[in-house]
Structure formats: C-alpha cells, structure tokens
Design a protein around this ligand. Structure first.
Ligand SMILES: Cc1ncc(C[n+]2csc(CCOP(=O)(O)OP(=O)(O)O)c2C)c(N)n1
Ligand SMILES: CC(=O)[C@@H](O)[C@H](O)COP(=O)(O)O
Ligand SMILES: [Mg+2]
Length: 654
C-alpha cells in the first residue's frame, strides 16, 4: 500500500489533507521511525511521542516563514521526516549523515541548533521580538517552541517565560508533557504537571472557572465577589491547572491529548490567533505506538529513550544475542565503575553524596540510588542548581560529588567560578562523557572542560588513564580539601583489573607517572591520551625500532613540573596527548609551565596532539579520532615527521 507520507516532500504538502489523512500521516511517520531507528539506533521514545504534534504544527504553519523550535531536538525526527529528510532518516547520527538534533546548516526548517535542553523558549522570544522590530505584523511569522516537561525544569526556560510574559510576546509554547525526562521526571514542577496531566477532570477546568464562581447560587457568588480578587484567585488556584502561567501573564490552554490531531489543531489554531504568550499543555506518551515502551511503565519508557542498533525488527524488539560462552567479557563501562565506586565511597564515609542533573543512569548514579537512596539526589535538568546545591551541602560538611557530563557542565560555569572555586568548597566534579562522545556530535562532545577548568584558581583537574585509576582518583578527590574535577570518557574501560576496596589509594596531587622509559621522544598523555601514547609507542618500537618514553600526567592542574622538565631535558621531542581542545588545554599547560620555569637543557620541541580549533561532527568515535589524528597510528606518524624520520624506515634509538 502506498503511504501518504511518500508524497510529503515539504511541510506544505500537508496543507490540503483532511484531519483523517493527517492522522494517518502521523501514524506513517511513527512506523517509519520504528523501522529506521530500530535498525540504525538513535533517539526513539520521544520521537514516537511527537508524531501527531509535528503533523499538527506543520499542517497549520508555513515553515520556514513560521518557525517551529524543537527543544533539545532529540524528539525532532518527525519534523525532519516532514521537512524533506524522510529518505535520509536512515543516516541520522552516522558519520556524514543527518545531524542527531536540529541543525541550522542542515535545513532551512531547523530554525535553531540544539542538543542541550531548555533553550527553545528563549530563542522563540528573540525570534518573535526580532520580527516585530523589523516591522512585521504580529500575525505574520508565527513562532512555536516545543519543550518537554523535563526540559522545562531548566532555569533558563523560566528566564524566557519571565521575559515573554513581561513583553507580552506573541509566542506559543507547546509543553510536551509525558511525565518523563530520560528517567522519570522529578521535583515539584513535575509533580504539578503530573497532577494536571493525570487528572482528566482538571482538563479544561480553567474554562469558565471565574464565571462559575461568581454565579454560585444562594448569595455565595456575591459573597465570593465581596471577599475580593485574592480569595477568588486562591479558589481558582485549587482547581485551575494553568494558574502558574496566568500569574506570569501567559494564557494557558490544556490539557490537550497530544495524540489527537484534531484536538491539537483546534487548540493550536486558537493559540496562534491569541497574539500574546500562550502555553498549550499537551499530554503525550513517550514511546507511543511501541508496546514495550508504552506498556512497560516508567522503566519501559526509560529503556526506550534511545534504541540500540538492530534492536527492533518488524516493529518488535529483538533480543540481544548472548555472547559465546568462551568470549572474553568486555571491560566495564567507566560509568558503571564510577557508580559502583560511589556506593563504596558512601559506605566508607557517610558524608559522601552523589548529585545528578537528570542523568540518572547516564552517570551511573542509578547504582547509588538503588544502594543508598538517601545519598542520591536528582535535581532535574538544572545543572546550575546541581552545583549550588552541592555548594550548600559542602558548607555543611557534606562531601558532594556532582556527576555531570562534561558538555552539560558548561551550563554551570559561573557556579564553578563564583560559588565553588572562589569559595574553595569541597565539591567533586565527576565529568563523564569527557572527550568525543560519538553519535551525539558537537553539541555533546566533552572537549572544552580541560581548558575551561584549568584557568580557574584553586581547582585540581585530573583524568584517569584506565578504570582502575578512576577508583583511585575518586578516592583522591574525596580526601582532597578544595574543589577538584575528574574527567573520564564515554564507553568501556581498557580492561585492567579493578583494585579491591582495600587496595584503593589516594594519589599525590600533581604527581605524574612514567610508564615506559625510552629515548629521543617522550609521549606525555592525559586521560585517554595515555592509551593513545602507549599504542603509538608500540608502533614506533615494532615498526620503526624506536623505543620512546611514555608518561601519564594524571593532572592537568597542577602540572607535574618536575616530570615535564625531566622529559623536556632527556628527549628531543615532547609530545602531549589529550582528548580535549588544544587551545588552552593540557598541552598548553605543559608548555606554559616549562616556559615559566625555564631550566637549562630542558629544550625539547613540544608537539601538542588533541582536538583542533573547530567543532567536530558526529559519528563513531573511532572515525572521529581518525579525522582529528587522535589514534596511535596518527601519533606515531606525527612523531616520525617531527624527528625528521621517514615513515616505514627503522629509526633506531641513537
Ligand atoms: C542541559 C542538558 N542537560 C541534560 C540533557 C540530557 N537530556 C537530553 S533529553 C533529556 C530529557 C528531556 O526530557 P523532556 O524535555 O521531557 O523530553 P522527553 O524526552 O520526555 O520528550 C535529558 C535529560 C541535555 N540534553 N541538556
Ligand atoms: C539528547 C541527550 O542529550 C541524551 O539523550 C544523550 O543523547 C544521552 O547520551 P548518552 O547516550 O551518552 O547517555
Ligand atoms: Mg518529557
């Protein structure tokens, strides 16, 4: 059977369709996503929740003249499908393929680039006010921001609500409420949304509320009127779901069934006609139409936030193949090692707590939550609050570990500068996903933290070369007095044995470690840079007869000056390796340290290897590492070029 969807090459192709046909297109979009993402992997549940919403919005609006902003963008696959990218969906998140989120360089229909949460309303206010400033009539150029209940917990979304309410900006916010962040949404805001969303009697209860109050019989209405507006408002607040918004000068409409195209179109039409800030509260189901998510309760929805490659066939989940009995077990993920370590640290020292900003399983703190629930906190998508909360706890002698992906920690930079480092608080920053994360691409690569942290006074920055060192470093961090950060990558460890609890030892702050002695060339790695250095050293020895020195710096701040000086004295070339931006990074720190503390004879040439000064695309990490020359092979080649040896020729150790 031919699909209507195959005739939708641009959003305007929806305009002539009936509501029945639009509902059918939404279902076809859903099936297209299930088939495609089930095969290639990618964000999943949220996209199944926005099929009707994307169809309803595009059927009413004239994109890109009208502008639809998808917060985060992990739920924008239906939008991508409807805006000319249907047949390319199978390339999404792959190297050279469609971008994982909305990307302005990919389509004129992607109005803003994103990947981080809570930004859409702010952009929306700017876009609409910009149109007005350019002299456009309010009805021309409609703007809609679609934001999830999880993303609404980000403070910056409220800054925009505050501004738009103040200005009266004609903007429509679609609050896409499914009760879920990646894990179940948390906090008072989420409880409020749940109360409204899950209570059908409250749907539309706001309508006519005021009139009904004053019309009450037996003189009651008149009495209420006499008690004044405040009393009336408090009664309305009890019943009326949208009062929070209305108090901020937003009109509230809801709750609308987000899987009913007709109801959505009706509500959206009214909202766009209102010429003022309007929030349309829409109830959706994460994973709608895919039984394991929809019927699997909160766990099912969490599990299907993203689908693994080849995890679905013919619309049903495919059981993962068991590993062959003789297969070597894969090394544990750094995330799991961290989560287990947190449980041990909490049991060693009851002052320790773990904090996440809505990345419960992503950070491994789900392990802590299960084992020691009182020592676990999820603040929601609120990285700034995660660190302010940690700061307050630290002032009370608690030992907070804020586990936040490197990329999301960028949100809380001022809290690090102003509230943690300046105040010299005992806060541990545990940065998972440091380095190139892969398929999520430039919005999510954790490549800036070395540069943005090492410029701050009072902080210590360290990175483990393997999963065993992660355990020693977490202990080191918890015993240290003052702010301290550790970064570790996405994915598996390197496969070294983990220390038993009694073998965990703090390491000396600012002290690196020589792993192999050689001549002419020293490779000084930081974090994942150490494994690349070891790989390059093997190749130089095996293929070129050159035995080089390899050292693990362990700290980017303070730099081990003694080690750096020795390496620069004993070798003609000192190579630094880091999975972070070169500008202001670890290599720069080594360079600065040697330059500021000159020692006669410490005059090795310095070669810095790391992430170049541009945003790196999405794709498998191995491909990205190749692209930027962060592989053992590329490092070996650079070394040979730098010492003037041609590749393929034995160099000897003279
Ligand atoms: C600043 C920031 N913190 C954390 C994340 C990780 N993250 C991506 S989607 C998501 C859940 C968003 O929930 P919601 O907005 O309700 O969308 P849903 O997936 O439920 O549709 C989280 C925590 C992020 N993208 N940006
Ligand atoms: C959209 C978003 O920010 C998250 O869903 C992110 O893609 C999760 O990344 P990990 O898979 O590395 O936890
Ligand atoms: Mg949600």
């Amino acid at each position: 059977m031919t699909r209507i969807l195959d005739r939708i090459d641009r959003p305007q192709d929806l305009h002539g369709l009936t509501e029945e046909q639009l509902a059918q297109v939404a279902q076809e979009v859903r099936e297209h996503i299930i088939d495609t993402v089930g095969e290639i992997g990618g964000h999943f549940g949220a996209n199944l929740g926005t099929c009707e919403l994307a169809v309803a919005l595009h059927s009413l609006l004239d994109s890109p003249r009208d502008k639809i902003l998808w917060d985060v963008g992990h739920q924008a696959y239906p939008h991508k499908i409807l805006t000319g990218r249907r047949d390319e969906l199978h390339t999404i998140r792959q190297y050279g393929g469609l971008a994982p989120f909305c990307a302005t360089f990919e389509s004129e229909h992607d109005i803003m680039g994103a990947g981080h949460a809570s930004t859409s309303i702010g952009y929306g206010v700017g876009l609409k006010e910009g149109m007005l400033l350019r002299g456009q009539k309010p009805q021309v150029g409609k703007v809609a921001a679609v934001i999830g209940d999880g993303s609404m917990t980000g403070g910056v979304a409220f800054e925009a609500i505050h501004q738009a309410g103040g200005l009266g900006t004609p903007l429509v916010v679609v609050l896409n409420d499914n009760g879920m962040s990646i894990s179940p949404n948390v906090g008072a805001l989420s409880r409020y949304f749940n109360r409204v969303r899950l209570h059908p009697k409250l749907w539309h209860a706001r309508e006519g509320m005021e009139k009904n109050l004053v019309d009450l019989p037996g003189g009651l209405g008149a009495a209420i009127e006499k008690l004044g507006p405040q009393f009336k408002e408090s009664i309305k607040a009890f019943w009326a779901p949208g009062l929070l918004w209305e108090e901020l000068d937003w009109a509230y409409m809801g709750v609308i069934d987000g899987h009913d195209v007709r109801a959505l179109r009706l509500a959206l039409k009214q909202a766009f006609a209102a010429e003022r800030p309007v929030v349309v509260h829409v109830a959706t189901v994460k994973g709608k139409g895919f039984a394991p998510a929809e019927e699997g309760g909160l766990e099912g929805m969490e599990q299907w936030h993203a689908a693994k490659p080849k995890s679905i066939a013919n619309g049903s989940p495919v059981a993962a193949k068991p590993a062959p009995a003789d297969a070597k077990p894969a090394p544990p993920q750094y995330t799991k090692v961290f989560g287990d370590a947190m449980v041990e640290e909490v049991r060693r020292d009851r002052r320790v707590v773990g904090i996440t900003a809505a990345m419960n399983s992503g950070t491994g703190l789900n392990i802590l939550q299960k084992a020691e629930p009182k020592h676990y906190f999820d603040v929601g998508i609120a990285e700034q609050q995660a660190l302010l909360f940690a700061s307050g706890l630290a002032l009370e002698g608690v030992k907070p570990v804020a586990a936040i992906y490197s990329t999301f920690l960028q949100r809380a930079y001022d809290q690090i500068v102003h509230d943690i480092c300046l105040q010299e608080l005992n806060v541990v920053l545990a940065m998972d996903r440091a380095g190139l994360v892969g398929d999520d691409g430039p919005t999510h690569h954790g490549v800036f933290d070395i540069a943005y942290l090492r410029s701050l006074p009072n902080i210590v920055c360290m990175a483990p070369r393997d999963e065993a060192m992660l355990r020693h470093m977490l202990r080191t961090a918890l015993l240290h007095d003052g702010p301290i950060a550790l970064r570790y990558p996405r994915g598996e460890g390197v496969g070294v044995p983990l220390p038993a609890p009694e073998e965990i030892r703090p390491i000396e702050i600012g002290r690196g470690e020589v792993l192999r002695e050689g001549t002419r060339v020293a490779l000084l790695g930081y974090g994942t840079g150490v494994q690349k250095a070891l790989d390059a050293a093997d190749r130089l020895r095996d293929e070129h007869g050159l035995e080089v020195t390899v050292a693990d710096a362990r700290f980017a701040k303070p730099i081990d000056l003694e080690l750096a000086t020795r390496l620069a004295t004993d070798h003609e070339l000192l190579v630094t390796l880091e999975e972070g931006v070169l500008a202001g990074g670890f290599g720069s720190a080594v360079w600065e340290a040697l330059n500021e503390h000159p020692t006669p004879g410490a005059d090795a040439r310095i070669l810095r290897i790391g992430v170049p000064d541009r945003y790196i695309t999405h794709g498998k990490p191995a491909l990205l590492h190749e692209e930027i020359g962060f592989t053992g092979e590329a490092v070996a080649r650079r070394v040979l070029e730098a010492i003037g040896a041609s590749t393929g020729t034995p160099v000897g150790t003279a």
